[in-house]
Every structure is written in structure tokens, then in C-alpha cells.
Design a protein around this ligand. Structure first.
Ligand SMILES: [Fe+2]
Ligand SMILES: [Fe+2]
Length: 157
């Protein structure tokens, strides 16, 4: 998969987890817990791949317009990882607040994904070219495996 296909594939995975989470209720404590672990892992890995590999490549190839997209996207990651996700993770899955907070996270990530797919990814496609996109895709696959190992190690510890 080239870098753009890989990122879009991740986006679909994330949307599916949010869909499933949205269908749970206060009674589905176990399911909510499992989906939250899944979401944490997928979101963390995807964000790292973008910030470590894809965004810098995009930023290096793009001009001022790309610079704005880069900073906007990075700030959205920060808001999700530093504020919205931890807030939801602290929320008791059996509480009525949980669904509302999950919805806010879903909307925030959904908006971010849409902007990436409509603005950054098409622009990156034009700027980087097929060969570079393949190379970045391969780098991200390798890094994904490392991150997954790290995260499952942390869970086991
Ligand atoms: Fe992103
Ligand atoms: Fe993304």
C-alpha cells in the first residue's frame, strides 16, 4: 500500500471502531472497555505514523499553504491526545456521560479525517509522486509493527 492508501485504510478502521462504540449502552461495560483499548491503540499508532513519517514528508514538499495544513492537523492531534481522549478514558463506561464524550471524540476525529482526506492527502499525492508514496507507505508499515509491539508490551506490564 502506498502512504495515502495506508492512511485511508486506517481512517476506515477508526470510523468502524467509533461506529461500534456509538452502538453501546451503559450496560455494555465490557464491550466499551474493549473498544476503548482498541481505539486507543489504533488512534495512537495512526497519529504516530502521521507525525513521525507522513506529516514531515508532506511539510518538506509543500509550500506555505501546506504549512498551514500541517500545523492545523498537528494541533488537532494534540487536542485529541492530550484532552479529549484522556477525558473519555477517565469516564466510567457505565455512566450516562460516556456516550456524550464518545460522541465528541468521534466528531472531532471525523472532522480531522475529512480534512486530511479532502485537503492534505490529495495535495500530498500531487507533490510527492508515486515512488515516494510507496516508500513512505513501507516506512509506515515497519514503524507500525514496532509501535504495536511496544503498546502490547505496555499493556502486559
Ligand atoms: Fe491525522
Ligand atoms: Fe489521519
Amino acid at each position: 500500500m502506498n502512504a495515502i492508501e495506508l492512511l485511508k485504510h486506517d481512517h476506515e478502521t477508526l470510523k468502524q471502531v467509533f461506529e461500534r462504540l456509538g452502538k453501546t449502552t451503559e450496560r455494555g461495560v465490557k464491550t466499551r472497555g474493549e473498544l476503548m483499548r482498541h481505539l486507543h491503540e489504533e488512534l495512537t499508532i495512526h497519529t504516530r505514523l502521521e507525525e513521525e513519517i507522513f506529516y514531515p514528508a508532506f511539510k518538506a514538499a509543500s509550500g506555505k499553504e501546506g504549512d498551514i495544513l500541517f500545523h492545523e492537523a498537528t494541533e488537532e492531534h494534540r487536542a485529541v491526545e492530550a484532552l479529549i481522549l484522556p477525558d473519555l478514558e477517565k469516564t466510567e463506561p457505565s455512566s450516562v456521560e460516556f456516550a456524550g464524550r464518545a460522541k465528541v471524540l468521534k466528531d472531532m476525529v471525523g472532522h480531522h479525517i475529512e480534512e486530511e482526506e479532502q485537503e492534505m492527502l490529495p495535495k500530498a499525492g500531487e507533490l510527492l509522486g508515486e515512488e515516494r508514496l510507496e516508500e513512505l507507505g513501507a516506512q509506515m508499515e515497519t514503524r507500525r509493527k514496532e509501535l504495536r509491539r511496544q503498546l502490547s508490551g505496555e499493556r502486559a506490564a
